[in-house]
Every structure is written in C-alpha cells, then in structure tokens.
Write a protein that binds this ligand. Structure first.
Ligand code: F6P
Length: 356
C-alpha cells in the first residue's frame, strides 16, 4: 500500500541527521514507492500548520545526494517548548497532513515526547536515536556521537601542542549533559591525563596530586584535563560558594580550584568547546549508522510495526520497544565499565575509587 510518510528531527542537532533523511527518502521512495514529507522544526511543524504555516517539504530523490555529508538538519529542529500542552493540536496536525506513518529522529527527551504523542494519536511511529551525549538506552550506537568525539579529539590534539610548548595545564570542557560518555571516549582517545565525569566523584586534591606526580616523577610539565559539563562539584571543593550554581561553567570551576590548591603555581588555560561539538561534517561511522538506521526504520514501517526504536546491538540493527528504551534513558556511564578501567589502567585520573 502506498504510504505518506512524515519525517522530523527533534532536539539538539548533530552531524548525521541529514544522512538519515537521505536514507529514509531513498529507501521509502525507491523500494516502496512511498511519498515522504519533511516536517519542519519537529512538532512545531505539526502544531503551527494553520497559524503560521511552516513549509512542509515534499522530499524525493532530487537533491538528496549532498545530504550524506552535510551537518545539521535541513528540516530544522527545536529542543525547547511546551509541546505536551498542545498534544491535541499536534495530533490534529498529523492527520491534517494526511500522514500514514512518522519517523522521528531524536534523543531521549524528544523520544519521550514523541512516544506520548504516538500513543495518544495512535500513529504508526518509528524512532531513530541521535545525540552527541550518547545517553539513549538499549543501543550501542546513536547518530552524532562519533563525530562529536572526533571533533573533541581534534581539539585535544591541537591543545596538546600548545600546552607542551608553554608547560601549561589545559582544561577542556565538553558537552554531554548528565552523562560522561563524550568526556570519557574523547578523553581516552585524546590521551587526557585527567577525565572528570558526572558519574564518578573526584577530589581536587586527587587531581592536584596526579598533576604533581606527572611533573615530579615523569617530568611531564603540561597536562590535558577533560571535564564533562555535568561533572559534579569536587568532594573537597573549596570555592563552590564563589562559583555558586556554576554560572562560571565546570571547566572554569576546576581551573579556579586547581589554582587555589597549587598556590597559583600552575599555569592553567580553559577551553569550552561548546557547540563546535555539534557542528561539522558527519564522520564515516555516523554516516554508516545513519544510513543503516534510516533503512531499518522504513522496513519496520513496511512490516506494520510501530512504537519501536531502531537500535544497534551486537553489530546488528534491531527493533526495541520505545517504552523499554525510555525506561532506561538517560543511560549514564557505569563507573565499573571497561572504558573507565582502561583509563585508570593507563594512569589517567578519573576520580577517586571509594569516595561517594
Ligand atoms: O543534548 C545535546 C546537547 O548538546 C548537550 O550536550 C548540551 O548540554 C545541550 O545539548 C546544549 O543545548 P543548547 O543547544 O540548547 O545550548
């Protein structure tokens, strides 16, 4: 049966979203002869169709080739708003557009909202996980994470040269919200000396001692410290009050603490990578994941399935009930996982075992 399939991107953008759109349009059009419509700005495109009509893109094979390596999302996205106070209008928007099914690409927050909408609206709906935070449950891979890790590692490479030239400690604050996956992966791949993540408590004394050991025992006069934006306040914090609510940012907070702890003997600089981590051309791995997920999502719809998320498990793309995914999202770093152990075994400071 011919379908009219909607597709939207929701939440913070990331590299690889356009590659998903390309795969969905290609497979839905060529294999199943469906019509695909792109819904602009996520649920806003369904909500504001009458008041301020946002243009609904008809998507076909013309012009989709450049999408494979294009960052951002041609559909636009939103990561704020009171969507759940407009459930009825959004559901009406779906029907107004004559949609038979919808593919929603989002992180855990967006997927929770879309799940509620699909359930109340009785939509045929398949989710595709994307986020640079890598915190969606039940999947080993999401669209966007790999590129963000590569972007951070590139920054760490650059900072290492200048740190070494000036005998400095470089503190690099990375995104990730409440999860430490970005900091952990990029910190290991970029050879960081210290990695601070939300899931593992640490002390300023521990960081200072580690830097002193690098200097005194191994004659390393520079260091790279990767700090997740959501890292906790140090267990032995001395200046939390002056940085109250951390309006100064986690990287700056650690820098201030380390200066204090070292009697201003360490020359420290802070880099906050910010939205650079969300931009850029998707890596080969993200293009691969995006393409495989897009294809699988279309096949699930063709198979009559709904309320599922495509997930990467044991090297395969599988379908997982959305409810199950949401029950274990956000998915945080397990402090006992093999990557944490790997970092520790290479004598990276990643928090104090045993403090809580
Ligand atoms: O969830 C993705 C993310 O980039 C987080 O890592 C970060 O905390 C947040 O979005 C930033 O959101 P905004 O784009 O609204 O500043």
């Amino acid at each position: 049966m011919q379908k009219r399939l909607g597709i939207l991107t929701s939440g913070g953008d990331c590299p690889g979203l356009n590659a998903v759109i390309r795969a969905v349009v290609n497979h839905a059009t060529l294999t199943y002869n469906w019509q695909v419509v792109g819904i602009p700005y996520a649920t806003r495109g369904l909500l504001e169709r009458k008041a301020i009509p946002l243009s609904i893109h008809g998507l076909d094979l013309r012009g989709i080739d450049p999408l494979l390596n294009m960052g951002g999302t041609i559909l636009g996205s939103i990561n704020k708003g009171d969507t759940l106070s407009h459930v009825d209008e959004i559901i009406a928007g779906y029907h107004d557009l004559g949609l038979d099914a919808l593919i929603g690409i989002g992180g855990d927050g967006s997927l929770a909202i879309l799940n509620q909408l699909q359930s109340q609206g009785n939509w045929q709906f398949i989710a595709i996980p994307k986020t640079i935070d890598n915190d969606v449950g039940k999947t080993e891979r999401v669209v966007g994470f790999d590129t963000a890790v590569n972007t951070i590692v590139d920054a760490l490479n650059r900072l290492t040269f200048t740190a070494a030239s000036h005998d400095r400690v470089m503190i690099v604050e990375v995104m990730g919200r409440t999860a430490g996956h970005l900091a952990l992966h990029s910190g290991i791949a970029g050879g960081a000396d210290v990695i601070l993540i939300p899931e593992i408590p640490y002390t300023i004394k521990g960081v200072c001692e580690h830097l002193a050991e690098l200097r005194d025992r191994w004659e390393r006069r520079f260091a790279i410290v990767v700090v997740a934006e959501g890292a906790q306040i140090a267990a032995d914090s001395s200046n939390y009050a002056s940085c109250e609510k951390l309006s100064c940012g986690m990287g700056q907070y650690i820098a201030d603490e380390l200066r204090c702890c070292s009697n201003h003997q360490i020359d420290i600089r802070v880099s906050v990578l910010g939205h650079i981590q969300r931009g850029g051309i998707p890596s080969a791995l993200d293009r691969l994941i995006a393409t495989a997920f897009g294809k699988a999502a279309v096949d699930l719809l063709a198979d009559g399935q709904s309320a599922q998320m495509v997930a990467w498990q044991n090297g395969q793309v599988v379908a997982v009930p959305l409810e199950t995914v949401l029950a274990c999202s956000p998915c945080l770093v397990d402090p006992n996982n093999f990557l944490v152990k790997t970092a520790r075994s290479l004598s990276t400071y990643i928090g104090n075992v045993g403090i809580s």
